[in-house]
Design a protein around this ligand. Sequence first.
Ligand code: SF4
Length: 328
Amino acid sequence: MSIPFRSTNRTIGKFHSKSVSSAIRTLLPAAAISTLGPSCLKNGDLGNNPIVDHATRKQSGNQTTQALDQMVASCTLVPQLLHLSSYDLSRIARSRMYEFNQLIVRLKREYGEPMAPPARGPFELVMWENACYLLPDDRRLEVFEGLRHQVGLNAESIQSAPDELLLPLAMRGGMRPEVRVFRWREIARITLNQFAGDLDSILRKPYTEAKRALKQFPTIGDPGAEKILLFCGVASGLPMESNGLRVLTRLGWGRIQRNYGATYRSVRAALEPALPSSPDRLAQAYLLLREHGKQLCKDKAPLCHQCPVAGGCDYAARQMSPFTLRTP
Ligand code: SF4
């Protein structure tokens, strides 16, 4: 078996699976070997690289595949060094990635126990979603608690509250406050007319029906409805908002597609076999991924050098400076 790898401008070697060590010597130039450290030549030991450990354990008993996996894993440390086929890239992504549980444990170590929203039950959670627009969580909390103390967080109180009470609160929630007041009253109206004022009743319905019921409310789409149900202790998969979705795609889950919905679905499908079933653990994962996306894995300039999961991140590996190959 031989696997040809090419550098950016010339073939630098073929890997024959006699031994990992000789394959590494053949494939990687001196600069790469010195970056990996001298231990990479000893019995294919690439130091404390957990990715390599993982690949080795997974493939033990099959020397050829094991050696290839180690080779591929070593290449992930120098991703720009070689032109790799899509097959190799997908192996790299899979060999680098943390298991979902490992990822959440690392994020929890970084950010601590995440804080759930102060809203309780579907009605409050729908109001929580509609309390603010494009403002930080502390402002959302201010508006939400203002509603609780000045108006009352139930459908009757909100529907009968005058504009003079609702509008100043809505103004604290960002632009277009009149639209926000309209939405609050709409939430109250739907709750009173369709659920006799008791939105908790949807929790006794099958999951798809409960989700459909929630999607009638302003600004609540599929992810929002799933999130509300999750915080009510009813789960079916992991809902994601934009931060969590960004983190997961960068780490190698799913694929970025042309539209948000397609990306969302691909991440959901990739995650499905790895997810815990407990709603509490899923809610914790949701909150930690969101926090990570806001704090470090930012949209424009992620702070990968501070990231606790950089070692398993496909995106971070791709950002590494390329090696310059010496040509004879
Ligand atoms: S290493 Fe960078 S891109 Fe990857 S998860 Fe961390 S912050 Fe995000």
